[in-house]
Design a binder for this molecule. Structure first.
Ligand code: MYR
Length: 179
């Protein structure tokens, strides 16, 4: 009788572990702060502190040169940044007339697999850590941005959309850490 060797799908297991780990982080914050708005802030702040470090790895691993404009930056964020760190490629869309604002549309989001938000947490911006990561990473390349999930299927919206607004191009200065 031949024995079948089953090779575990390590990628899938890692991804599930990642999702569950993030879920427990959010659950712990909810327990600690008992207020969705405060949890949203904490997630964003954590993301920011990750982003200001993660950009170094991103630039080192990708050899990305300076982008010509925000449109190019947006494409790099989606096709290289998100692809590299989360294995997804959100769609860049929704540009304003001045080319200073755009949206990332998430058809998939590894953070929210298996997640359902209870009615009592409808104000929770569950994936807000991603807003912070992007704000921190862009701050390090001198772009001060505002980032926000304006729609989220987890909250019952028809799509998941992060809006990114360029506020200012910064002069050379040390990035403020947020603790
Ligand atoms: C430049 O103009 O200096 C290069 C611009 C590259 C910006 C790329 C930012 C990557 C952010 C990664 C986000 C990943 C979120 C999980």
């Amino acid at each position: 009788m031949s024995r079948q060797l089953r090779v575990p799908d390590v990628k899938r297991i890692n991804s599930e572990l990642f999702t569950l780990t993030y879920g427990s982080l959010v659950a712990q914050l909810i327990k600690d702060f008992e207020d969705d708005e405060e949890v949203n802030k904490q997630l964003e702040k954590m993301g920011y502190n990750i982003g200001i470090r993660l950009i170094e790895e991103f630039l080192a691993r990708t050899n990305t040169g300076k982008c010509q404009d925000l449109k190019e930056t947006a494409e790099v964020i989606s096709k290289v940044g998100f692809k590299m760190f989360l294995g997804i490629t959100p769609t860049v869309t929704g540009w304003d007339a001045e080319g200073r604002e755009f949206s990332l549309m998430f058809d998939e989001n590894p953070l929210t697999e298996f997640v359902e938000l209870p009615e009592s947490h409808k104000q929770l911006r569950y994936s807000n850590i991603l807003c912070g990561v992007l704000r921190g990473a862009l701050q390090m390349i001198h772009m001060k941005v505002e980032t926000e999930f304006v729609r989220d299927t987890l909250r019952g919206d028809d799509a998941t959309e992060m809006r990114i607004r360029l506020l200012e191009i910064l002069q050379d200065q040390a990035p403020p850490g947020e603790d």
